[in-house]
Design a binder for this molecule. Structure first.
Ligand SMILES: [Zn+2]
Length: 444
């Protein structure tokens, strides 16, 4: 049993708390994200009544008992969220914000409440240090290194993310239609960016719409309508004629495309490894840059001033030396460039953080990497020099705010993760969640 004493004095939060990372999360003048109506995510249904004893994993205290009579939905793959009764009591240390710590919450109808329900008794209780469901702000569901994958593989990808506590995914481009995931209360919530938009033969095969600049505005409009408030561009890629990374889109075209996305209520992000596309994209009004390894002393202040976020995907950048080695003979200049970007990756992220650029966690799973690696990315951000609380913020409170989704707020869907230790003190506790709660149900 891994019980957390209830009256443990709060440890000091790291002095560099998440304030810097929280700044700039709302961008004046930026198009508001298109929010999905979440009311449909919780289908009706309640847990079966009667006294019951549920076997536990033996690691965390779990008390169960009589629950109000209702049709059972528990255990079904397509099960609905319990509503109407008190399903769960969560206590210990509820980290509602970096420094907002509460003693307990209840889940009623799949949603969080801090008001003790009148009828609370004999409900299941879980205890520990509680974070909002983690956010993988850059992954791909329904995609593998070769292209689209069948629904059953996409389902496994989503479940793998869920089981490490990643309960909100920003899908940074997928050719697969994963809308069916939205009907599954047992799968993480996905915010989609439609399908990647790349220049012809300038991206991984089978991933993107591959088009030329005159078509960009129309394709951006199409993907803005298809997605959940985001559009994904491939901003730079190897130009085989040049033998190095080069920018994919002329400035005037990308400016018109971003304006069109904003007009349609979508934000725009772009894959960028190199230096030379960044200024144009930021000045054209882009909202976020993926990877952002090419940030320099010149562009960092620009990002900070405009509040343009980055999702570094450091666990993906770790593959650059291998990529460089593989292409050395054919593209030596590109290989050298990739190695340089890799070598300064931590310094780049740290400088971005110090300048106040909003940073969020993303794994790039579903491209070359497996799903379920989000905790490694949080640890990489700490390795790059972010204070632990800021790295947590990049994966929880801050990321949710940025994406327009609630964290552990009153009335929010109960998507949370319970840990044995204080993750602000021991970030590695994230690797061993005691319980994963999704839509108010303990799913792991
Ligand atoms: Zn990606």
């Amino acid at each position: 049993m891994a019980l957390v004493p209830l009256k443990v004095p709060l440890r000091e939060v790291h002095p560099d708390s998440a304030g810097a990372a929280l700044e700039g999360t709302s961008r004046p003048g930026a198009a508001p994200p298109k929010l999905r109506d979440m009311s449909d995510e919780a289908a009706p249904g309640r847990r079966t009544g009667g006294t019951e004893t549920v076997d536990t994993d033996g690691r965390t205290t779990v008390v169960t008992g009589r629950v109000d009579t209702a049709p059972t939905t528990v255990g079904s793959a397509r099960s609905a969220v319990p509503t109407g009764g008190v399903a769960l009591h969560v206590k210990g240390r509820i980290l509602a914000g970096p420094e907002d710590v509460r003693d307990e919450l209840w889940v009623v109808g799949g949603r969080i409440t801090y008001d003790r329900p009148a009828t609370v008794r004999d409900v299941r209780t879980v205890t520990g240090w509680v974070l909002p469901g983690l956010v993988d702000a850059h992954c791909h569901v329904g995609l593998d290194p070769h292209g689209p994958v069948p629904a059953e593989i996409a389902e496994k990808q989503a479940l793998t993310d869920r089981d490490v506590g990643a309960l909100l995914l920003r899908d940074a481009g997928s050719p697969t239609d994963t809308r069916w995931v939205d009907d599954r209360a047992d799968l993480p919530k996905i915010i989609r960016a439609g399908r990647h938009i790349a220049r012809t033969r300038r991206y991984i095969r089978n991933y993107a719409h591959e088009i030329e600049p005159p078509e960009l505005v129309a394709y951006v409009a199409r993907e803005a309508r298809r997605g959940d408030g985001w559009v994904k561009l491939v901003g730079d890629w190897i130009d085989r004629g040049v033998g190095d990374l080069t920018a994919c889109w002329p400035r005037d075209v990308v400016e018109a495309a971003i304006a069109e996305a904003h007009r349609l209520g979508a934000r725009v992000t772009a894959h960028c490894f190199a230096e030379d596309s960044l200024r144009d994209l930021v000045e054209a009004g882009i909202d976020c840059i993926e990877h952002a390894t090419g940030l320099t002393e010149e562009t960092i202040p620009l990002f900070a001033e405009r509040g343009v976020a980055i999702v570094p995907t450091l666990i993906n950048i770790a593959t650059f030396p291998d990529l460089a080695r593989g292409a050395e003979s054919k593209f030596p200049r590109w290989s050298d460039h990739m190695r340089q970007l890799h070598e300064r990756r931590y310094a780049t992220v740290r400088a971005a953080y110090d300048a106040g650029i909003p940073i969020y966690t993303g794994t790039d799973a579903g491209g070359g990497l497996a799903h379920g690696l989000l905790v490694s990315e949080v640890i990489e951000l700490v390795r790059a020099g972010l204070p632990v609380v800021s790295a947590l913020n990049a994966a929880t409170w801050g990321a949710r705010d940025w994406l327009g989704r609630p964290a552990l707020d009153e009335g929010a869907p109960a998507d949370l993760v319970v840990y044995e230790e204080d993750p602000r003190v021991e970030v590695r506790t994230l690797a061993d969640p005691q319980h994963v709660v999704l839509n108010g149900r303990v799913v792991g």
